[in-house]
Design a protein around this ligand. Structure first.
Ligand SMILES: Cc1cc2nc3c(=O)[nH]c(=O)nc-3n(C[C@H](O)[C@H](O)[C@H](O)COP(=O)(O)OP(=O)(O)OC[C@H]3O[C@@H](n4cnc5c(N)ncnc54)[C@H](O)[C@@H]3O)c2cc1C
Length: 280
């Protein structure tokens, strides 16, 4: 007769990741970009525009067999009221995290450390008339959250989202999102029609498109202002959030300070805020 042992339930189940959330959908936009949605921990509160650490378990150590999580900073692309979380991601072919993350499927688990932080938040800006979001590449992610937040339209009369990428296909996630925000019945209701205040200004730097050029050049030449029918940027009326490469952020700081804007922070709200879209 075989001995009956109590079943070890934890051992019987597949390994559950710490702080695990379940992937609910995945969409690939180009060979370098994808977005995905996950369940949201009931206890997670965040401000639209903030980022969290997300990741996957790494491969087992060949000697010890132990696995360590590979975690990276990710802006939450969904607004704070959404039941799920959305992320917009690069695929770096030899990147420790995204070489694996790009293969996730609905039902898979990702690790999410529920400690949201960041400077691209309304609390870091003084009140103003017009809000500019300046993004390159995946730097769009925090603004994907903020353009779906009713507070953005309560605080400002006009919201201008600029997004610059090398190729047209890299604009597609943002373009669809803006279309959705402007046409969706629930978004209109949530913002009391405020979404009509949103102006979208996409540009490409490599592939031919209706508007070509770096946003920095388009601002300094005044072309962007002429296109948008805006007089310029002043500390009296304008507020700005910037999210892109180190180069974009540095150049945008110089440009915005040239217009007289001062950099703000959560503890000291001013005219503009900046965050890196990635390190390197
Ligand atoms: C505050 C903050 C928020 C971030 N939010 C996002 C986000 O919402 N979406 C996202 O995809 N990434 C975001 N990142 C970058 C992210 O943390 C990782 O770097 C990225 O997921 C790649 O991870 P990896 O381990 O594959 O490669 P890593 O070793 O982290 O990066 C390898 C190299 O790839 C390049 N790279 C990394 N990320 C990007 C990127 N997003 N765009 C272009 N080149 C990149 C850099 O040259 C980097 O040195 C954010 C970074 C910071 C600091």
């Amino acid at each position: 007769m075989t001995e009956q042992r109590p079943v070890n339930e934890a051992a019987a189940k597949p390994a559950i990741l710490p702080d695990a959330q379940t992937v609910t959908s995945v969409q690939h936009w180009t060979d370098r970009l994808f977005s995905f949605r996950t369940t949201r921990p009931a206890s997670l509160r965040f401000r639209s525009g903030e980022f969290v650490m997300i990741g996957l378990m790494g491969d087992p150590d060949p000697k010890t067999g132990k696995q360590k999580p590979i975690l990276r900073a990710y802006s939450i692309a969904s607004p704070s009221w959404d039941d799920e979380l959305e992320f917009y991601s690069i695929k770096v072919q030899d990147g420790p995290l995204t070489s694996k993350l790009q293969h996730i499927q609905p039902g898979d688990q990702v690790i999410l450390r529920p400690k949201p932080v960041g400077t691209l938040v309304h609390d870091a800006l003084l009140p103003g008339d017009r809000l500019w979001f300046f993004a390159t590449g995946t730097g769009l992610a925090p603004f994907a959250s903020l353009i779906r937040d009713p507070e953005t339209y309560e605080r400002f009369d006009k919201v201008i989202l600029t997004h610059t990428c090398r190729d047209v296909a890299e604009l597609e996630y943002g373009r669809r999102l803006v279309d959705h925000v402007k046409s969706d019945e629930m978004m209109r209701e949530l913002t009391d029609g405020g979404v009509d205040k949103l102006v979208y200004y996409p540009t490409t730097t490599r592939e031919q498109s209706p508007k070509m050029g770096r946003i920095t050049d388009l601002l300094t030449s005044g072309e962007a202002f002429r296109d948008l029918g805006v007089d310029g940027i002043t500390p009296e009326t304008d507020r700005a959030m910037v999210c892109g490469s180190m180069g974009l952020n540095t150049d945008m700081k110089t440009i915005l300070e040239g217009f007289g804007l001062e950099e703000g922070a959560n503890s000291d709200p001013k005219h503009y805020v900046v965050e890196k879209a990635f390190v390197g």
